[in-house]
Design a protein around this ligand. Structure first.
Ligand SMILES: C[S@@+](CC[C@H](N)C(=O)[O-])C[C@H]1O[C@@H](n2cnc3c(N)ncnc32)[C@H](O)[C@@H]1O
Length: 217
């Protein structure tokens, strides 16, 4: 089952070709690409879960040219958009986009020996059980010393950090009571259960965080 994304939580406009344009992805693309260059392992295979339009992965692939990037998403129109962005950028270190429902148990069997997994802006749109499944599966795909980076908005000690975040969290819960911002410590504990040590919390613009984990075994 794929949970329906709440209205307004994943806005992407279509243009003249397959490329979709998400204003939010355009806003945070450069800071994420800068962070990626600092934290991503230098080589081997990198998986992006819920890649969205593809605006992000072309910037990441340009900034980390020795990684082979694997974009994925659960929405077919996003896959075409990702491939169109990659073709337009002329990048050779991005594989064709693949369909992946990251909240379904067992998906990690299709990926192995990865050095890096990245996820942006999905945990608040899925349930706690689904978020735990996603992290569990992501951990299975990584080799020892492989890294997981999770970016997005989080609840911290039960608190939302701005009025805008509180409103967004409430609007998500109104549309689907099982979703909403996840507690930071809970996400860290799910990762820890999968032998993913939390090594840093990066403070990002607009009250977002990027949580960096490394696989210990
Ligand atoms: C808010 S958008 C974020 C896109 C991109 N990561 C970004 O930050 O711009 C959420 C994305 O998650 C995808 N998605 C939703 N449920 C998913 C699932 N179960 N597995 C994988 N992707 C999913 C949607 O299709 C959409 O592209």
């Amino acid at each position: 089952m794929v949970r329906e994304t709440p209205k307004g939580a994943s806005i992407a406009h279509s243009g003249e070709d397959a490329r979709l344009f998400a204003p939010s992805a355009a806003r945070n693309r450069d800071v994420l690409a800068e962070l990626m260059a600092k934290v991503a392992p230098p080589s081997r295979d990198a998986l992006e879960i819920a890649s969205g339009t593809g605006q992000h992965i072309v910037a990441f692939a340009a900034n980390c040219p020795d990684l082979l990037w694997h974009p994925t998403d659960v929405a077919k129109d996003r896959l075409s958009s990702i491939d169109a962005y990659v073709a337009e950028a002329g990048l050779t270190n991005v594989a064709p986009a693949q369909l992946l429902n990251a909240t379904q148990s067992g998906w990690s069997q299709n990926f192995n020996d990865l050095s890096f997994v990245f996820l942006a802006n999905l945990l608040h749109l899925i349930s706690e059980t689904e978020a735990n499944t996603l992290i569990t599966e992501a951990a299975q795909t990584l080799t020892p010393d492989g890294k997981l980076l999770i970016y997005g908005p989080f609840m911290r000690d039960g608190q939302l950090t701005s009025e805008g975040d509180a409103r967004f969290h409430e609007s998500l819960k109104e549309q689907d009571p099982e979703i909403g911002y996840k507690e930071l410590s809970l996400v860290i504990s799910w990762a820890s259960e999968q032998k993913m040590a939390h090594i840093e919390t990066h403070t990002m613009p607009a009250n977002n965080l990027a949580l960096e984990f490394v696989k210990t075994v």
